[in-house]
Design a binder for this molecule. Structure first.
Ligand code: SAM
Ligand code: DTB
Ligand code: SF4
Length: 359
């Protein structure tokens, strides 16, 4: 039997101090060392911290349900090594043309009736072509008129294109950094990290909200996950929405054989994301289909406050409406209504007076 050491003689559980004041307000000066130290905290300390920060800005019983629609599938000119939609890999996916706005609006209305508060339109494009703008504007204004929050992910954008999307009623633009700057070249070679940062700048510059996150389980190491979250936390403005995807292995893509990330490491990633970007909607995105209910519950307790719902993401499956309703019911969670006041406009809740962190 292992005799427990008396508490007073045990080593301190963190190698640096995160004082209460440090967590009270969003910071943009995180160092990689600090982010790495958060990751390395004992799991109960890390999730206590992230759950505390979560409560400061959000009601932890509320979850935003987001629905995706692939408005233009496959045939993409980029070679992202994880993606079913790249024309560089034979994944068996059938490419389609850009959908008609009427079809998109019918899907959005169905999503709203099923409880979604947000609708995200995704196109497998390297960059947006001006000729497609009128149709996109019709989709965006139509979805917005249904009372849904709108998001789109259409590849690289110029500033004037971002402005037109915003004027049409777009709330968020999704453009992920995906991984650390160092690992990026292992994932995609047809564009650079700087290309991604440039589009994000164009999006921010016209007042659109950013949806920006990444993928875990692409063969990267902990240091790359730290590098991704550090990159997100030190952007000129934090992402307003931060999707964390677990790689869905797609046969035919270069990354399909990657070793999956352990569930506990996934929860750590969610928790650290919540701490370093405290006001972001942290979304459990791809890969939820392969997660146990218990793992999803841990993510939602550690700071995630949104899930993607419906039958599928863009091209890959989701748990589905019955499983998701049962999860929400069993966890006692409520869906954020489509017309709810945005969380960011609510007054922050004070942190507990007691020391919330290990010394
Ligand atoms: N073409 C646009 C772009 O790349 O920005 C938008 C669509 S893309 C499919 C949106 C995001 O989905 C990617 O940035 C990536 O983070 C995520 N994603 C795509 N395929 C995935 C997969 N197999 N597993 C996990 N995440 C994936
Ligand atoms: C994000 O980060 N994840 C969503 C959303 N943003 C667009 C997309 C996940 C796609 C997963 C693979 C697929 O279904 O094709
Ligand atoms: Fe194209 Fe986006 Fe897929 Fe990359 S992730 S191949 S840009 S659709």
């Amino acid at each position: 039997m292992i005799a427990p050491e008396p508490a007073a003689s045990r080593p301190k559980s963190a190698s640096f101090q995160v004082g209460r004041a440090d967590l009270a307000e969003p910071r943009h000066d995180w160092t990689r060392e600090e982010v790495a130290a958060l990751y390395a905290l004992p799991f109960p300390e890390l999730t206590y911290l992230s759950a505390t920060v979560h409560r400061r800005w959000f009601d932890p019983a509320e979850v935003q349900l987001s629905q995706l629609l692939s408005i233009k599938t496959g045939g993409c000119a980029e070679n992202c090594g994880y993606c079913s939609q790249s024309a560089s890999f034979d994944t068996g996916l059938r490419a389609t043309k850009l959908m008609e706005p009427g079809m998109v609006l019918a899907e959005a209305a169905r999503a709203k009736a099923a409880g979604a508060g947000r609708f995200c339109m995704g196109a497998a494009w390297r960059d947006l072509k001006d000729r497609d703008l009128p149709r996109l504007e019709a989709m965006i204004s139509g979805v917005k008129a249904l009372g849904l929050e709108t998001c789109a992910t259409l590849g690289m954008l110029r500033q004037d294109q971002a402005r037109r999307l915003r004027q049409a009623g777009l709330d968020y633009y999704n453009h992920n950094l995906d991984t650390s700057p160092e690992y990026y070249g292992e994932v995609v070679t047809t564009r650079t990290y700087q290309h991604r940062l440039d589009t994000l700048e164009h999006v921010r510059s016209v007042g659109l909200k950013t949806c920006c996150g990444g993928i875990v389980g692409m063969g990267e190491g902990r240091a790359d996950r730290v590098g991704l979250l550090h990159a997100l936390a030190t952007l000129p403005e934090h992402p307003d929405s931060l999707p964390i995807n677990a790689l869905v292995p797609i046969e035919g893509t270069p990354l399909s054989g990657s070793t999956p990330v352990d569930g506990i490491e996934f929860v750590r990633t969610v928790a650290v994301a919540r701490i370093v970007c405290p006001r972001a909607m942290v979304r459990i995105a791809a890969g939820r289909e392969g997660m146990s209910r218990e793992l999803q519950a841990l993510c939602l307790s550690a700071g995630a406050n949104s899930i993607f719902v419906g039958g599928r993401l863009l091209t890959t499956p989701l748990p589905g409406e019955d499983a998701d309703s049962a999860l929400m019911r069993d966890l006692g969670l409520r869906a954020i209504p489509a017309d709810a006041e945005p969380a960011a406009s609510r007054a922050p809740v004070a942190l507990p007076a007691s020391r919330p962190v290990p010394a």
